[in-house]
Design a protein around this ligand. Sequence first.
Ligand SMILES: [Zn+2]
Length: 83
Amino acid sequence: MVGANSGGRFRCCVCGRVFPKGQGIVVALSGGVLAFHSSKCAARFLRLLLDSGSKEVMSTALRLARELESKLVEAQERRAKKI
Ligand SMILES: [Zn+2]
C-alpha cells in the first residue's frame, strides 16, 4: 500500500521521497492514502491520472471543473453587486 507507515511518515507515491506528517499533500481515501511530497508531484499524479484513459475519471474531473467554474462566476457576480 502506498502511504503512511507507523512513524507518521509518508512516502510520495510519485517520486518515492519520504516526508514527515504535516508536510506535503496527503489525501486519505476509503481504500488507502495518496501522499505527495510536493505540489509538483501531485500535479504529475493528476496528469497521469487523467492520461490513464478512465472515462469515469475524466467525466468526474470535467464535472468538478465545471462546478468550480460556476462557483467562481457566482463569487464574481456577488462581488460585482457589492460595488
Ligand atoms: Zn514526490
